[in-house]
Design a protein around this ligand. Sequence first.
Ligand code: NAP
Length: 283
Amino acid sequence: MTDLFDFHKQKRCFAVVGHPVAHSKSPQIHEDFARQCGVSLSYEAIALDPGAFEQGVRNIRAGGIAGANVTVPFKQAAWRLADKLTDRAQLAQAVNTLSFSAGDVIHGDNTDGVGLMRDIQKNLGFSCAGARVLVVGAGGAARGIFQPLLDSSPGELVIANRTLSRARELLAAFASPIGSTVCNLEDLSSTAFDLVINATAASLMGEVPDLPNGIFANGALAYDLAYADQPTPFMRWAMDAGAVRAVDGLGMLVEQAAESFWIWHQHRPQTAPVISALRSGSR
Ligand code: NAP
C-alpha cells in the first residue's frame, strides 16, 4: 500500500502542450521549482497537432501525464475541453492549466492573470491602483488578464484592438464594467497612460501594433506579454515613444508557472531566483 509520504515522493509527469512548443521555457521553470521544493517530477514540451487537440490531450493523459500547461494556439480549445472550470478560467474563456484527476474529470484553470499581476505589482513595484491602464489586444491573453486588472482598481482601463468588434466582445463578456472602454488603435491619439500592456501577438512576428506616439504619460511603464532574449520590437518602440521603463513577459511566464505549480503540488516556489537565472542565461 502507498502511504502519503511515498505518494509525495513518487515521480509524476507533466507537460506543456502547444504548436510550436519546442522553444518553451516551461520545462526549465518547473524543474527549477521542483528542485527548490523537493518535488519529484518530469516535465516535457509536447507539440500537438492543431487539428486534433482533444485527441492529443487524451493520448498524453493515457500516457500517464498528470497535468499540462497549455500555450498558443490551444487555450480556447482547452477551455472547451475541460469538464470543470475555475471562475477565472470561465471568465477568460481560456485555459492554461489542465489537471487530470483519477476518473474522467478534466479540471481547467487560467493562471495568466495572476501571473501578470504578481510580476507588475510585486516584482516591478508598479501599483495599478488609480493608474490609467491601456491593454492593446483582445485575444486569449487579454481575456485572461482583464479581470485581475479590474480587481487592482485602476483609475481607467481601456482595451484597444485592431479589430474593434473583438474588443467589444471582450468587454461584453465581463458585463461592461464601469470605468472600462474599448476603442480602435487610431483612436488613442489624445490619451496618455501610466501602464501600456501589449497583449497582441505582434512581437511574435517581429511587428509593433500601429499605435500613435503620445500614449505614454510621465513615468509610464510599457509591458510586453511576449518575451525574447533581446528587447522585443514593442519594448524598443515604447522607449522611443516616451516610456521610462519597458519590460517583457518573462516574469509573467515564471509567475503563472508558479501558480500552476501550486495547483498541482501545493508548494509555492520562490520565483525571483528562477527569473534571474533565465535572464542571465544560466538556465
Ligand atoms: P491571440 O489570441 O492569437 O490574440 C492575438 C491578438 O493580437 C489579437 O488581439 C490580434 O488582433 C492582435 N494582433 C496580432 N498581430 C497584430 C498586429 N500586427 N498589430 C496589432 N494587433 C495584432 O494571442 P494570445 O494568446 O492573446 O497571445 C498574445 C501574446 O501574449 C502572445 O505574444 C503570447 O506569447 C503572449 N502571452 C504571454 C504570456 C506570458 O506568460 N508571458 C502568457 C500568455 C500570452 P486582431 O483581433 O485584430 O486579430
